[in-house]
Write a protein that binds this ligand. Structure first.
Ligand code: BGC
Length: 417
């Protein structure tokens, strides 16, 4: 990103005037699965009621990687959308390049400083100014289970990693897929992240991936993480390569697979299929991570625009996202918890309530970690490199642990290049 700075700036200055009408607001995002689309439709409706037309620019796939690639191309050619789904350290990258509009006035009117947890605010500000609005807090370290399959296999829900392997053997013997996984790099990294959290613990996890402690990145706990990760492969199915995450969740919904380790956007798929939390499906912390909370915050940023009408529509959208009713409605169907500290959790299902309790507990006990596989812990350069290394190790049994640890170290350091 740093190297293309002059080009990006030149292109953005040369950007043509916007030809579309001020009441349009073009939004680039990747919420396209059944559960995601249902959640974002609510916001589209609310914008319509305010008199604005939401122009959808949805790019499916790879947990946003495809959307972000499209965004880069559009921004480079001087034609960014009005709004885009960007999160984590990448907000800083775009903000520092001067692309993002300040939201300080909306933030002041709506009292964001009081409403949004401090830890979350850090991600939303560039040089002290708000440039992003948050939707939610997703927990990544969850395990989704089909209770009927567990019962038929006479298996226990796993609390530890050892329990996981005991249960997986029984489920396999009973003829079901123990672990639903789509072998896309980001899905594999999501699984890797939960195992790393269980084995390394939150402190070493943060030291390794955020402080870039090279001894930890190539140490014994990393070795154990990689070996455990690879051991899980035998419990996935032959159709795993390339399968997207929501089709993978469907395997658990339909009772073909027993478990999926995935962030709580997976709950959105169960709900969209009319399944009930605690009855048709269960949510438990990923094995070995009961006290921990790997957080992932969805947010929108707003591209600078000289058209006053546009600015109004952008500001209206920012305000709606933090509206208390929208926070409840959106997060109930999306699977996440509201980001507003004053949110009422009454009416949320058991998974939502448990997630909120887990978040508060983890925040109070220093057990919160930014998600490694969902762009919260590292910048884009490291993220892409990590996806490649982790996926290569999982997909190819000939790739050694030692070589992978060296590459993980290099990937984590890639942001510094
Ligand atoms: C986003 C979620 C989204 C998921 C799958 C994650 O990175 O934070 O909002 O549902 O990807 O598309």
């Amino acid at each position: 990103m740093k190297k293309i700075l002059p080009l990006l700036l030149a292109m953005s200055l040369a950007a043509p005037a916007y030809a579309d009408t001020p009441s349009d607001v073009e939004v680039l995002h990747w919420w396209t699965s059944g559960g995601e689309a249902r959640s974002v439709d609510n916001l589209k409706e609310k914008m319509k009621k305010e008199g604005y037309i939401w122009k959808d620019f949805a790019v499916a796939g790879r947990a946003g990687q495809s959307a972000i690639n499209t965004l880069r191309i559009r921004a480079l050619s001087g034609n960014p959308p009005d709004v885009a789904q960007i999160k984590g350290p990448e907000i800083q990258e775009w903000g520092k390049l001067g692309f993002l509009a300040s939201l300080d006035d909306v933030a002041a009117k709506q009292h964001w400083n009081e409403l949004i947890p401090r830890r979350v605010q850090e991600y939303l500000k560039v040089d002290g100014h708000y440039v992003a609005v948050p939707f939610n807090i997703h927990r990544v370290n969850w395990l989704w289970a089909n209770p009927e399959v567990f019962e038929k296999a006479d298996a226990e829900l796993p609390v530890t990693l050892d329990d996981f392997f005991v249960a997986a053997e029984k489920i396999k013997a009973a003829g079901y897929i123990p672990l639903a996984l789509g072998s896309e790099a980001w899905q594999e990294s999501t699984l890797f992240e939960s195992i790393a959290l269980a084995i390394m613990g939150p402190e070493d996890f943060r030291k390794a991936f955020i402080d870039k402690d090279t001894a930890l990145l190539t140490g014994e706990k990393m070795r154990e993480t990689l070996l455990t990760f690879r051991k899980m492969k035998q419990y996935t199915d032959a159709d795993s390569p390339g399968r997207n995450w929501s089709d993978t969740t469907s395997l658990v919904i339909e009772g073909k697979a027993a478990m999926q380790m995935m962030g709580d956007w997976a709950k959105g798929e169960f709900l969209a299929a009319n399944k009930e939390a605690g009855k048709d499906f269960l949510c438990i912390p990923a094995p070995g991570t009961a006290n921990q909370f790997s957080f992932n915050i969805d947010s929108f940023v707003f591209f600078k625009n000289s058209n006053a009408g546009k600015t109004d529509s952008q500001r209206t959208l920012a305000k709606l996202i933090l509206d208390p009713d929208f926070q409840r409605e959106f997060n109930m169907s999306k699977g996440s918890i509201p980001v507003r500290v004053d949110s009422d959790m009454e009416g949320f299902d058991t998974c939502g309530k448990e997630s909120m309790q887990a978040f508060l507990r983890a925040a109070a006990t220093d057990n919160l970690v930014p998600s490694l596989s969902h762009n919260m812990a590292v910048g884009r350069a490291s993220q892409i490199a990590l996806f490649d290394v982790i996926s290569r190790f999982f997909d190819d049994d000939d790739v050694s642990v030692d070589e992978t640890m060296r590459y993980i170290r290099a990937a984590v350091l890639a942001d510094n290049l």
